[in-house]
Design a protein around this ligand. Structure first.
Ligand SMILES: [Zn+2]
Length: 434
C-alpha cells in the first residue's frame, strides 16, 4: 500500500480548473483513444495520416479544453447554439433522447467532413466523440446526478485519509496503459442515424461496466490501495477503448464508402436485423428500473432481459409454445424480455432506419398456463398490432410497420385469466431494415 501522490495532485489541480465537476480523466482519455486508434485497419490509419497522433494526443480532450483551446472549441459546439461553449452533455449522460441527439450531431459532423475529404476537421470531431464515450464510461461519471459522490459518500463514509476530499478526480485520475490487442472494431451502422443509435446502446454497456468499478475504486482509495484503484480503472478504460474503436472505425467507413457498398458488405448485411431484447427502454431512466416502473402481476418486479423470474425469485429460461409443422412445440429463447401487467417498455428508434418490427408474443409454457394477456405494439402512441394470448395457446407472431415511428412501445394487460400466471414474454423482438 503506497500513498497516492499523483491522485492528490490531480485533485488539487482540479479545484483550480474552471469546471472541475465535469473534467474527466485526462491522461486516460489519451491512453484509451490511442488504444482504439491502434486497432483501426491500415487504410484508415493511412487516411488519418498526421491527424492520427493528434487525435490521441490532443483532439480527444477538445471538449475539456474549450476555454483554453479556442481554435478547436467549435468542434465541441453545436452550430445553432453558439453561446453554449461548454456542452455538458459531452461529459455527462442525460436521458436517451438528448444523448442520442448529441452523439448523432457530432458523428454526423465527423462523417460529413470525412465525406468531403476534410480529414483535419473529421479528426477533430472524432476527438469530441472519443471524449464523450470515454467520459460516459469513466468510473467517476457513473452516479446519475451525483458526479461528486456527495450522496454516495453518505452510503460509504470516507476513511480518515479521504475525509473532506472530493472523490470525482481521485476516482478517475491515473496514468493508465490501455491496450486491446485482439479487438476487431465493429461497424455500428451504414448511415449516421443508425450508427449514432447503435453507438448510444454500445455506450450504455460502457456505463454499466464503469458502474461496476466505482465502489471498488472508492473502497481502495479509502485504504490507499493504488494497485486496486488502477486495476478497476483499467477495467473501465479497456471496455471504453473497444467502444471508441467501433465508433472511429464506423465513422471512417461511412465517411469513405458508398451506402450501397456498406449495405452489401458482410458487416452491413449483419445489420439488417437488430435484436433489441438487451437494450434499455426509456422506462429504465439512467439505465436502471426506478420503483415507479415496477409491476405487481404476475409478481412484484421489473422487466428482465433473457430470463423470467418464477414468483419473482427464481430465474428460468424463456420458453414458449410455438407452432411447427408437427403441431405446437416448446421452444427456448435466448433473446427475449419477460415483463408484467399494466406496464409498457418504450424503445427510442433512429429516424428512417428500420421499416418493420417482429416479435413472438406468448405466455411462459410452464408458468403461464392459466394466464391470459393482451400484447400491444404501438408507435408514437398509436396502436399498430395487438393479440390476446392465453396460456394454452402457442405464441402469436406480431409485427408492425415502423415508417415514421420514433418510439416503439410494447404493452401488456391482463385479460381475465389467473393474474398470478400472467408470465408474458416478448421473444426475439427484432427491428428490420428494408
Ligand atoms: Zn470531459
Amino acid at each position: 500500500m503506497r500513498p497516492l501522490p499523483r491522485l492528490f495532485l490531480t485533485a488539487s489541480v482540479a479545484i483550480l480548473a474552471p469546471l472541475p465537476s465535469a473534467l474527466a480523466w485526462s491522461q486516460p482519455h489519451q491512453a484509451i483513444t490511442r488504444a482504439a486508434l491502434e486497432r483501426l485497419p491500415a487504410a484508415q490509419k493511412a487516411l488519418l495520416g498526421e491527424e492520427l497522433a493528434l487525435l490521441g494526443d490532443d483532439y480527444c480532450l477538445i471538449p475539456d479544453h474549450v476555454f483554453t483551446d479556442r481554435a478547436n472549441a467549435k468542434f465541441a459546439m453545436v452550430d445553432d447554439k453558439p453561446k453554449e461553449i461548454y456542452r455538458l452533455n459531452l461529459h455527462l449522460p442525460a436521458q436517451q433522447p438528448e444523448n442520442l441527439e448529441t452523439i448523432r450531431y457530432f458523428l454526423g459532423k465527423a462523417v460529413a467532413a470525412a465525406q468531403s475529404q476534410n480529414i483535419k476537421d473529421a479528426a477533430r470531431y472524432m476527438g469530441t466523440i472519443c471524449h464523450q464515450i470515454e467520459d460516459y464510461g469513466s468510473p467517476s461519471h457513473t452516479m446519475p446526478g451525483d458526479n461528486m459522490f456527495t450522496l454516495l459518500q453518505q452510503f460509504l463514509p470516507p476513511s480518515e485519509v479521504m475525509r473532506d476530499k472530493l472523490l470525482h478526480s481521485p476516482v478517475e485520475s491515473g496514468e493508465l496503459t490501455v491496450a486491446i490487442p485482439d479487438y476487431t472494431p465493429k461497424l455500428l451502422g451504414t448511415t449516421v442515424n443508425e450508427a449514432a443509435w447503435k453507438l448510444m446502446h454500445r455506450i450504455h454497456e460502457g456505463i454499466i461496466n464503469a458502474r461496476s468499478t466505482t465502489i471498488p475504486i472508492i473502497q481502495a482509495l479509502y485504504i490507499e490501495d493504488a494497485k486496486t484503484v488502477e486495476r478497476h480503472q483499467l477495467k473501465a478504460a479497456t471496455f471504453d477503448a473497444k467502444i471508441v474503436a467501433d465508433a472511429l472505425y464506423t465513422i471512417l467507413c461511412i465517411g469513405t464508402r458508398t451506402p450501397a457498398d456498406l449495405e452489401e458488405s458482410p458487416e452491413g448485411i449483419a445489420l439488417k436485423n437488430t435484436p433489441i431484447a438487451a437494450y434499455y427502454p426509456l422506462e429504465a431512466a439512467s439505465l436502471y428500473f426506478p420503483q415507479t416502473q415496477f409491476f405487481s402481476s404476475p409478481h412484484w418486479g421489473h422487466a428482465r432481459s433473457g430470463v423470467v423470474l418464477a414468483e419473482g425469485k427464481q430465474a428460468l429460461p424463456l420458453k414458449l409454445q410455438v407452432d411447427s409443422k408437427t403441431g405446437p412445440k416448446e421452444q427456448e429463447f435466448s433473446e427475449g424480455i419477460s415483463a408484467g401487467m399494466g406496464r409498457s417498455l418504450t424503445f427510442l428508434l433512429p429516424a428512417g432506419v428500420y421499416s418493420r418490427f417482429t416479435v413472438l408474443a406468448g405466455l411462459h409454457s410452464e408458468l403461464g398456463a392459466k394466464g391470459k394477456v393482451e400484447f400491444t405494439l404501438s408507435g408514437d402512441g398509436k396502436p399498430l398490432a395487438t393479440a390476446v394470448v392465453s396460456g394454452t395457446e402457442p405464441a402469436h407472431a406480431l409485427e408492425c410497420d415502423l415508417s415514421g415511428v420514433s418510439e416503439l412501445q410494447l404493452t401488456l394487460n391482463s385479460k381475465g385469466g389467473d393474474s398470478k400466471s400472467n408470465y408474458a414474454i416478448w421473444a426475439n423482438p427484432t427491428l428490420q431494415k428494408p
